[in-house]
Design a protein around this ligand. Structure first.
Ligand SMILES: *Cc1c(COP(=O)(O)O)cnc(C)c1O
Length: 382
């Protein structure tokens, strides 16, 4: 089977708009980080998502790192996060010398379970990182309440949840800090990129220094200081204007991107509902409080063996179906960074072992989707 016959898992939806935007940026010599185009996109995003501050970054990974630095997370501190997550969430904590505390997820949405988080809060807890899996929001009301009660910060990992909502508000704008990803695999992409969002002036002020190599260059550019200098520890997390130009074109068509994702998601859901009724697999659910961006389509089967077999059969037919996060608490490195032994986190373990993701991207052909469903039905029923 040649590469072109393979139906990929995800594929960026790029066209003339992005090509023109990139060409124009180059023609006008807009390549520098945090330049004119970045500023323009940040203003657009502030208005679009309804948040006071947006700082474009090189990735969501870097936005998460900035968050931990901005909140002064330090040795002795604990930060609670789902084990069912990307390594970047845990690295942001570990790089500060603090301890990640892994918590359990809900078996249907696979989002961080607030009750389990509550059990794990100690005097050392500094922050919680809810990860909005597949573009569906965590129970933010409860997390914000917990934050209030215990004096914690909530950092939303909204990497997969750009353009998705919880109770009418955009994910990433509800917690103290929100982190977005514009990675190649995400709904809205510029290849590599991200954003740091906050409604706090104080956090934003710290974040812009962290992003600009620890200097107050941003204040200088606003004319607030007459020269800029090294004022704090920081790094270089600024996005190139060239990538921001691509991002701007992607943001302009986000409505159509979401509609297409939704249509594909709904078709899978409908086609697999009879199998779910026969108890052959378990479909995800979107709580009433959430408006998804339909970033991923996933479902669960009965056992790890069945999962491996189904994926193998799909792959053999050129369909790039796959698993997802391997629980962080079971990773070899977890033992080195979490002194206390973690319990088994059984929901996380079983979700991770039974999960299958199917191809979803804006220009997935209807005939290809039909073929995916057909191969899948045969694989699950046998
Ligand atoms: C993709 C992803 C990230 C990392 O995003 P980058 O922009 O690639 O750094 C972090 N968290 C989650 C949940 C993700 O899906």
């Amino acid at each position: 089977m040649s590469d072109k016959d393979v139906i990929p898992l995800q594929r960026p939806w790029l066209g003339e708009e992005e090509i023109m935007a990139a060409a124009e940026a180059i023609r006008n010599n807009h390549l520098v980080g945090d330049g004119l185009i970045c500023k323009r996109v940040e203003v657009q995003m502030r208005e679009l998502f309804g948040v006071k501050h947006v700082l474009l970054t090189t990735s969501c990974t870097h936005a998460l790192e900035m968050a931990m630095i901005a909140l002064d997370v330090a040795p002795g501190d604990e930060v609670i996060l789902p084990s069912f997550a990307f390594s970047s969430c845990a690295n942001a904590i570990v790089l500060r010398g603090a301890r990640p505390i892994f918590a359990e997820i809900d078996p249907v949405t696979l989002n961080l379970d607030p009750d389990d988080v509550r059990r794990r809060i100690t005097l050392h807890t500094k922050a919680v990182i809810p990860v909005h899996y597949a573009g569906v929001g965590c129970n933010m009301d409860v997390f914000m309440e917990l934050a209030e009660q215990h004096g914690l910060f909530i950092v939303e990992d909204a990497a997969q949840a750009v353009d998705a909502k919880y109770r009418g508000r955009y994910l990433g704008t509800i917690g103290h800090i929100g982190c977005y990803s514009f990675h190649y695999t995400k709904n809205i992409t510029c290849g590599e990129g991200g954003a740091f969002l906050t409604n706090s002036d104080e956090i934003a002020r710290k974040a812009e220094i962290i992003r600009e190599k620890g200097t107050n260059r941003s204040a200088f550019l606003r004319g607030e200081v007459d020269k800029y200098t090294w004022v704090a520890a920081g790094s270089s997390y600024v996005l190139s204007d060239l990538l921001a130009a691509v991002l701007e074109a992607q943001l302009a068509k986000r409505g159509e991107t979401k509609r297409r994702h939704e249509a594909i998601w709904e078709r899978y859901y409908e086609a697999l509902t009879p199998l779910a009724k026969d108890d052959l697999l378990m479909l995800p659910a979107i709580p009433d409080s959430c408006e998804s961006n339909y970033h991923l389509f996933f479902f669960r089967v009965k056992s790890e063996q069945q999962r491996e077999r189904v994926i193998r059969q799909l792959n053999a037919e050129g369909i790039a179906a796959t698993f997802h996060f391997i629980p962080l608490h079971s990773a070899p490195f977890a033992r080195a960074v979490t002194c206390s032994p973690h319990d088994a986190l059984e929901i996380t373990a079983s979700a991770s072992q039974s999960l299958i993701r199917l191809p979803i991207y804006p220009d997935l052909e209807r005939s290809d989707q039909d073929r995916i469903v057909q191969v899948l039905k045969e694989a699950v029923e046998n």
